[in-house]
Design a protein around this ligand. Structure first.
Ligand SMILES: CC(C)(COP(=O)(O)OP(=O)(O)OC[C@H]1O[C@@H](n2cnc3c(N)ncnc32)[C@H](O)[C@@H]1OP(=O)(O)O)[C@@H](O)C(=O)NCCC(=O)NCCS
Length: 171
């Protein structure tokens, strides 16, 4: 399914949106506007061109994560860090009727492009996220994210910035 990914627009209809995970739907419908306005998150939306409707969204935030959270030290240069710099993918959802049609992959490809752009002006170690359940873990694993916490169902996952840069540069 081909989509266009655009920056968040305050007045787009969102009440119909349903990805099937209530916290992700509720944040989008009830909180995204105020979070966007106070620059707490930056939000991007996948639009289906034929209808102009939102079929998916994601939200990014600058973050950091304790080195102690990692099972092993990931790279020599991080040895003096107590926390590693990261961009955090805080929310991601695809409308129920549009799942398993490549929209989530298209949104993540856009995330990689955005994170690449950020890494041109500010350094980081990785893109991080916390998976919601086993299905989303299967999705993120299919894209190359690796778990770094023990939870089987809802692990923290990351992709090093070096991997993202290689992916984007190889496109
Ligand atoms: C997880 C989610 C974003 C994936 O988006 P999507 O558009 O359905 O994903 P894609 O079509 O791009 O899937 C790409 C690949 O990921 C894997 N995948 C996606 N959904 C999966 C699922 N439910 N179970 C197992 N594997 C899955 C598959 O390998 C899939 O390729 P395939 O369809 O050719 O088998 C979407 O299902 C969703 O919104 N789920 C509810 C909200 C949620 O869990 N968000 C993540 C919060 S951390």
């Amino acid at each position: 399914m081909q989509v266009i990914i655009e920056s968040y627009q305050r007045d787009r209809p969102r009440n119909f949106f349903e990805c099937g995970r209530r916290p992700i739907d509720n944040w989008y419908k009830n909180n995204s506007k105020k979070c966007f306005d106070r620059v707490e998150y930056r939000v991007f939306e996948a639009i289906f061109p034929a209808t102009g409707r939102v079929v998916g969204y994601y939200a990014l935030q600058i973050g950091n994560e304790s080195m102690a959270a990692l099972p092993s030290k990931p790279a020599d240069y991080t040895k003096n860090y107590t926390a590693f710099p990261a961009v955090h993918l805080a929310f991601l959802g695809v409308h129920r009727e549009c799942q398993r049609k490549g929209v989530g992959t298209a949104l993540l490809s856009d995330v990689f492009d955005k994170v690449y752009q950020i890494s041109e002006i500010a350094g980081m170690y990785a893109l991080t996220l916390q998976s919601y359940d086993e299905e989303s873990t299967a999705f993120y694993s299919s894209l190359g994210f690796e778990p770094y916490s023990d939870s089987k169902a809802s692990p923290k996952m990351l992709m090093p910035i070096r991997t993202i840069r290689a992916l984007v540069e190889g496109e």
